[in-house]
Design a protein around this ligand. Structure first.
Ligand code: PMP
Length: 429
């Protein structure tokens, strides 16, 4: 194992990294000034959730302090201001992923709810006993369980695209992966467990050639790279606000407008109706047909502020920054004897996620030692149990990077990993 460079106080964290002015960015994140067990916090659990800049926190406070009101129904000034801010956030989301219009954007609680919305509405109407749903071995449980439930209910079959030795999707013989029975392909854009970036545009073209549609899980791509749903030509695209500097409790489903028009509502209640009698009802226009009840107004507005923040940074710059950090981290961790790294070898083929293990140590033990050094990582199955089984492990340790992380923080991670090795070696002696 090579010697890790020691971290020389907070100043060492403030070295600019190509692509972003990280020192300036870090000043926007109050939480990054805190310590954990007397050590500066090194937050490397961004694939689970990101930290929030002051601009997002202030947008929430401003809403509650100045114009808190219910939307779409109030005939007073506060209600109009809240409605305008909520709908402006929808327009910001649409522009951010290049959706053709704000009406293609449905607000949900998170990625999970967005995918369930699709299985409950489009899925129930379009998947039958002769249908097949195709997923991949890289899916998060939230893009597996809803489809398992749907296919079990409908007597449909469920198949998975497997992995190559490089832990990328095995697309050999792509033209034989789907046929006329395939109704939908569900695929993650970027794997949260391995970082693998999937060729979603190519997969969408192949699905469409077979008359199938495509749902892309964008939970790990939208926060980290430019995304264009029209260029990708997907039919559904789901992601969460909390992984992209926004608040928890707000997610997004993008859908092609024709699909939203033909789909039945998901939940019933106020807001999603046009006219109600004692016997029946007619539905509101899209996307409001899918937003029953009072929505998460404040957090949607907070997501709008997060998008403003990311736009100011520039998503190309975000991607360049993360590639540089990931490349450096891969190089450093590879220099450590014993450590097994999962996922594609090249940082160009992966997002800012690195999963690894010491062969003889449980990832939870590694994560616990790292925590004592102020380093927050994730350890476990990452909501990808079938994938872990494919890899032959019960879990991995995972470091995931974002706009405020520095090369020096990678050094702290590597140093702490060395300490974990030493700690458990002493333990067994
Ligand atoms: N898909 C992927 C690829 C994810 O990384 C996550 C979150 N770990 C989800 C779906 C689920 O997101 P949420 O918990 O916000 O619904």
């Amino acid at each position: 194992m090579t010697e890790a460079s020691p971290m020389a106080g907070r100043d060492a964290l403030e070295k600019p990294v190509k692509g972003l002015d990280v020192a300036r960015i870090r000043e926007d994140f109050p939480i990054l000034a805190r310590e954990v067990y007397g050590k500066p916090l090194v937050y490397l659990d961004n694939a689970a959730t990101s930290q929030k800049p002051r601009q997002v926190i202030e947008a929430l406070v401003r809403y509650y302090e100045h114009y808190n009101a219910n939307i779409h129904r109030a005939i007073h000034c506060l209600g109009e201001e809240a409605t305008a801010a909520y709908e402006e956030a929808r327009a910001k989301v649409a522009r951010f992923i290049n959706a053709p219009s704000p009406e293609c954007i449905v607000f949900t609680r998170n990625t999970t709810e967005a995918i369930n919305l699709v299985t409950y509405t489009w899925g129930r109407a379009n998947v039958g006993p002769d249908s097949e749903v195709l997923l991949t071995h890289l899916e998060h449980h939230s893009n597996i369980i809803p489809w398992q439930r749907l296919t079990a209910e409908k007597g449909a079959s469920l198949r998975y695209i497997g992995l190559t030795e490089q832990q990328t999707l095995d697309l050999d013989g792509l033209e034989n992966l789907m046929d006329a029975r395939t109704r939908i392909l569900g695929v993650t854009h970027v794997s949260n467990a391995l970082g693998t970036i999937n060729p979603v545009q190519k997969l969408a073209a192949e699905a469409h050639r077979n008359g199938a549609i495509v749902l892309v899980d964008g939970a790990q791509s939208v926060p980290h790279m430019p995304v264009d749903v029209q260029a990708m030509d997907c039919d559904f695209f789901a992601f969460s606000g909390h992984k992209m500097l926004g608040p928890t409790g707000v997610g997004v489903l993008y859908a092609r407008p024709e699909l939203l028009e033909e789909m039945e509502p998901f939940l019933g209640g106020g807001e999603m109706i046009k006219r109600v009698t004692l016997e029946d009802a007619t539905w509101n226009d899209v996307p409001w047909k899918f937003e029953a009840g009072t929505p998460n107004i404040a957090d949607v507005i907070g997501l709008g502020a997060a998008i403003d923040y990311l736009n100011d940074l520039g998503m190309e710059n975000v991607r360049v920054h993360e590639m540089e950090i990931t490349e450096y981290a891969l190089r450093r961790i590879r220099q450590m004897e014993e450590v097994i790294i999962y996922g594609p070898p090249d940082s160009a083929d992966r997002g800012g996620v690195i999963s690894f293990n010491y062969p003889d140590l449980h990832p939870h033990d590694v994560g616990t030692v790292l925590d004592r050094h102020g380093v927050a990582i994730r350890a476990g199955h990452h909501c990808n149990q079938p994938l872990m089984r494919c890899l032959g492990v019960s879990g991995t340790a995972r470091a995931s990077f974002y706009v405020y992380n520095t090369l020096e923080e990678v050094d702290v991670l590597v140093d702490a990993l060395g300490q974990a090795r030493a700690f458990f070696s002493n333990d067994t002696n």
